[in-house]
Design a protein around this ligand. Structure first.
Ligand code: NA7
Length: 285
């Protein structure tokens, strides 16, 4: 298929690489120039990338970035045609996805929200899970592209529900990591050897694949970003916004957000596991 891929960050670039590898005709664009993808042509603007595309796939930082790429200067909007499908793998506000879908539909194109889980490693190995909201027939047409980048597609329902489901999942990720980080801080203060404690966690019901991935790096003080702190903070704020809009109350997540607020500017680009440094500082460790 002819695909324009917009946004070549930690997630977007390997996704575009896998599309090109699978034989699709890929044109890429990134806000900051200089990023290339083997087998893909580089376009100068989102509009140019989208010009002859059947599918325009976005993976950019946040709601504002999606709006700019779609509707800003030289955005995709001017290239929209009937039958075109816009797919957004960025994690953004579900209510914004619905608004973008309406604007895109005014030009006869369709919008599918398809945020992902699987992190950097999943994007590189083509093992992402797509969490999808949008019309059945558009989602069906995208199957060969999903297959090139991922191992599973969960079609949750109508537009916006992919993002809503992703926010529910990331709420758990932020809180599960916070639980681990607070527990590790406490046991160190109490004098429990961390390696003995980790042995216990590995044998207990609280064990989780998420913490299994994060903990060894935390023990090595390796905060190389797999999921950058600034993006998890963005998601925590999106979750609180969605809670506000829907009338849900999330008192524990509000507290977690306070921890994110205490992170330094230097920590923003590190993995979100670096939030443990805030707890360590508060504990005098
Ligand atoms: P990264 O690695 O931080 O990459 C972010 C990408 O978004 C990168 O290509 C940025 O371009 C692009 N970006 C950021 N702001 C804009 C604006 N305003 N306009 C156009 N492009 C922009 O993030 P990930 O790849 O880990 O994550 C991407 C999404 O998936 C995000 O929503 C996550 O929560 C999930 P740059 O190179 O900085 O010019």
């Amino acid at each position: 298929m002819k695909v324009a891929f917009l946004g070549l960050g930690i997630m977007g670039r390997p996704m575009a690489v896998n599309l090109a590898k699978a034989g699709h005709e890929v044109v890429v664009w990134n806000r900051t120039s200089g990023k290339i993808v083997a087998g893909a042509r580089v376009a100068g603007t989102p509009a140019e990338a989208a010009k002859n595309a059947e599918v325009v796939w976005l993976c950019v930082a946040d709601t504002k970035a999606v709006e700019q790429v779609l509707f800003g200067a030289d955005g995709v909007e001017s290239a929209l045609r009937a039958g075109m499908i816009i797919v957004d793998s960025s994690t953004i506000a579900p209510s914004a996805s619905c608004k973008f879908a309406e604007r895109v539909a005014a030009k006869g194109a369709q919008f599918v929200d398809a945020p992902v889980t699987g992190s950097k490693a999943g994007a590189e190995s083509g093992q992402l899970v797509f969490i999808v909201g949008g019309p059945d027939q558009a989602v069906e047409k995208l199957q060969p592209l999903f297959a090139a980048m991922g191992k599973k597609v969960i079609h949750i329902g109508k537009t916006g529900l992919g993002e809503s489901a992703k926010l529910g999942m990331n709420l758990m990720a932020a809180m599960m990591y916070e639980a681990f980080a607070e527990a590790l801080t406490l046991i160190r203060k109490l004098g429990v050897p961390p390696e003995k404690w980790w042995e216990l966690i590995q044998s207990a019901a609280v064990r989780s694949p998420l913490i299994d991935r994060k903990a060894p790096k935390v023990f090595q003080r390796d905060f190389t970003p797999s999921f950058p702190l600034y993006l998890m903070h963005k998601d925590v704020k999106l979750i609180l916004q969605a809670a506000h809009e829907s009338g849900a109350k999330l008192p524990a997540l509000e507290k977690v957000e306070e921890v994110y607020q205490m992170t330094s500017k230097e920590q923003q680009g590190l993995d979100y596991s670096a939030t443990i440094a805030v707890l360590e500082k508060l504990a005098g460790l």
